[in-house]
Design a binder for this molecule. Structure first.
Ligand code: TIU
Length: 225
């Protein structure tokens, strides 16, 4: 049983009762002017293009009763969960934990660490705080998915080649069937986005599947596209 979704490298058969929609790091620090991404000189408009497609699938998932989980990358205010190697990386003038226009950068509880209002979690949707790029590393995500009998993950969020791809790989190795939204993920570097999607489904689906948000939303609402 399931609903067929046209996808790369071949159709994905959605088993909605055992699926979860995982929205990765759609945080103000990455997507809004003055955030961490912007402060590092990145082009945030590329990331903002993913907001509307994610919103479409989010509405469909909520209507279908599919589990929605949000993640946020960030650290404790005392930086006790921030590895020195991550803190030092890049030698930027502005680093994790420093003051920024939206509070301390990538620190839990600060305004910039929050999820953008367009995709704000609603009651009953777990939010996973993660110190790394992958959503499984040093979090209770896997326990949460296993406890609910989830076997399929629909992945969205930013950035495609960093936190989404790391989570895709972690999820695939744990036995989850992973589908990545091609227009519901984004990178500061469009060429990395395209390549990351190609890598996800190369070799007959080495890590999983890639499909447009409209096809996934249609499947969630009961039809095929
Ligand atoms: N969420 C996520 O991808 N974190 C990053 O640091 N991404 C970058 O592309 N820098």
């Amino acid at each position: 049983m399931g609903v067929s979704i046209p996808a790369r490298p071949y159709e994905f058969v959605l088993d909605a009762p055992h699926a979860a929609f995982l929205i990765i790091d759609m945080q103000r620090d990455f997507l809004e002017p003055g955030g961490f991404g912007d402060a590092l000189g990145n082009e945030i408009s590329h990331l903002r293009a993913a907001i509307a497609p994610i919103g479409t699938v989010l509405a469909a998932a909520r209507a279908a009763g599919v589990l929605v989980i949000h993640t946020r990358e960030g650290h404790r205010p005392d930086l006790s969960d921030l590895a020195g190697a991550k803190h030092r990386r890049g030698r930027h003038a502005t680093r994790i934990g420093d003051a920024g226009p939206m509070g301390r950068i990538l620190i839990r509880g600060e305004p910039g660490h929050g999820i953008i209002p367009e995709l704000a979690p609603v009651a009953g949707e777990p939010v996973i705080d993660k110190p790394g790029k992958g959503a499984f590393y040093a979090t209770d995500l896997e326990l949460m998915l296993r406890a609910r009998g989830v076997t399929q993950l629909i992945l969205a969020g930013v950035t495609t080649e960093v936190c989404v791809h790391t989570t895709l790989r972690e999820g695939n190795d744990r036995g989850f069937e992973c589908l990545v939204l091609e227009d519901g993920t984004a990178s500061y570097f469009p060429e990395f986005h395209q390549t990351a999607l190609a890598m996800a489904c190369a070799q007959d689906g080495i890590f999983g599947w890639v499909a447009p948000s409209a096809a996934v939303a249609a499947a969630l609402t009961g039809g095929t596209q």
